[in-house]
Design a protein around this ligand. Structure first.
Ligand code: SAM
Length: 380
């Protein structure tokens, strides 16, 4: 067994991202194949609990504490640090260890592992909150919502399981920015979205596409969240002249830390674009948040601002027609349940972009198997 594990570890260390994901999926299939039916049921039974204890771990600062010291800490020490009752904490710690989120070293002693380090990071902690506090209740409502709507397509963002979950009539992205805590956690997790994966800048020939552009603004990060992509462009091309502008709603921008060399501008993308003649208008993970009719409005609002050399860059997944990876189907159904939107196939992107009065110049795919891609579009 040890030698098999070693071989798998070697394979993982040398594989590229696609190979590593294939390995993970094969291991998952293998692990399912050796389950008994009762093991299968237990696996499902624990799905909610895994994220529940992770959230408690985040709230109590358990991952932070273990990750900081690197030494095993006793239940008593952790109880003193967190203020939780030792018996309660001991039960939570052993559950966390049993799910592989921390490591048990001896009786009542625990230390960190690679997952603890992830769960000690603010971006991933935001993710645990986001998926537990906001996405969890939405998915909980999805089966009943679908039954009530007789399994009709979800195409409107004010008629989704989110309205049922949170007793609101507002569309997700109108309701959400005014839920300060939830929205802050969401923005935190967006900063680690695709972290560690290949950057879009490795596939998109930024300088070549830029050519001898002399205009005032080189890059507008439309709905850019905390501005991490603006910063990565600035960092990758320090010599490129021209402004980089981060646009988002005021509710988001209030959390943005001060940034050198990036202009921060409140802007609602349902209103006409105010920065004219920029080279790139970049929309990362924006259009997948909106149903087709709204996505078309967002794109149309940019068109009047475009100069002759401007490009719209859409950074989203372009799904293959078959064998869609589970991480993509997961995002797709989450988008459907919460926002009435979707991850789009190549065909669906082409139809949407055409409807907005644009044409595609090129699609640069930069990850596989998720097929994250930059779609370069200009007016027809
Ligand atoms: C999925 S996040 C993507 C953020 C960023 N582009 C990224 O990839 O990390 C969607 C972003 O759209 C912003 N947003 C939602 N509605 C908006 C609107 N009407 N105008 C401008 N930004 C909006 C949100 O605040 C959020 O930052």
């Amino acid at each position: 067994m040890d030698s098999i594990v070693e071989q798998v570890q070697k394979l993982a260390a040398t594989a590229d991202e696609a190979g590593r994901k294939k390995l993970l999926d094969s291991l998952r299939d293998l692990s399912y194949a050796i389950e008994t039916p009762y093991d299968t049921l237990q696996r499902f039974a624990g799905l909610h609990l895994q994220i529940t204890v992770a959230r408690i771990g985040v709230d109590l600062g358990i991952f932070d504490a273990l990750n900081e010291t690197k030494e095993p800490l006793s239940v008593v020490t952790l109880a003193e640090k967190t203020g939780a009752a030792p018996e309660l904490l001991g039960r939570i710690l052993r559950a966390l260890a049993s799910y592989g989120q921390i490591k048990e070293t001896s009786k009542d002693h625990f230390t960190s592992n690679s997952i603890t380090a992830v769960l000690a990071d603010r971006g991933y902690q935001g993710g645990i909150h986001h998926f537990f506090d906001t996405i969890g209740p939405v998915l909980q409502q999805l089966p009943d919502f679908l039954a009530e709507t007789k399994y009709a397509d979800i195409t409107q963002n004010d008629k989704t399981a989110l309205q049922k979950a949170f007793n609101t009539e507002l569309p997700g992205f109108i309701w959400f920015p005014n839920q300060a805590e939830r929205f802050r956690h969401f923005q935190q997790v967006m900063t680690v979205q695709r972290a560690g994966a290949v950057s879009w800048l490795s596939a998109f020939p930024f300088k070549e596409e830029l050519g001898d552009f002399q205009g005032e603004t080189v890059f507008v990060d439309v709905g850019g969240g905390f501005g991490h992509q603006s910063l990565s462009v600035r960092g990758a091309f320090p010599d490129v002249k021209g402004k980089i502008v981060l646009q988002d709603l005021p509710q988001t921008l209030q959390f943005v830390p001060p940034m050198d060399d990036v202009e921060v501008m409140p802007h609602n993308f349902f209103e006409p674009q105010v920065v004219k003649d920029a080279k790139f208008y970049y929309l990362r993970n924006i259009l997948h948040d909106w149903p087709d009719d709204k996505a078309v409005i967002i794109l149309k609002n940019i068109i009047p601002a475009l100069g002759p050399n401007s490009r719209i860059l859409i950074d989203d997944m372009v799904l293959p027609n078959e064998n869609v990876h589970w991480q993509a189907t997961q995002t797709d159904l989450t988008m459907m349940a919460a926002l009435g939107s979707k991850e789009r196939t190549d065909e669906q992107w082409r139809a949407l972009i055409d409807q907005a009065g644009l044409k595609i110049l090129h699609i640069y795919q930069y990850t596989t198997p998720l097929n994250d891609s930059i779609i370069v579009a200009v007016p027809k």
